[in-house]
Design a protein. Sequence first.
Length: 138
Amino acid sequence: MKSYRKELWFNVPTRRAFVNITSQVEDCLTESGIRDGLVLCNAMHITASVFINDNESGLHQDYERWLERLAPHEPVSQYCHNVGEDNADAHMKRQIMGREVVVAVTDGKLDFGTWERIFYGEFDGGRKKRVLVKIIGE
């Protein structure tokens, strides 16, 4: 069995964003030479997420509104974590959206359902963060 590891780095200038990273993960898969196996994509920061869903701007706007209702950024004084910080909401948004995804690899391709794409979710931007791509298989 082969193993491949790469870190993708992001520095999103806005506080929150959803970035389609599917093509970068596909590039990693090509580099790995693995034809059948599994891809793990893992957000390596506690205020960022990796998730799978549709690449549709209306859905992303819905996510933004929904997450803000569930864990509003302001007032920052509502959170115990925010003593000296202002990102408690980002931790909660990450918890909701998830830390990682696993995708099957079949015949050298990501084995997606219709419309599925991989996204990096940023909830406390303005600094460098990374996503681990780990691929195992034959």
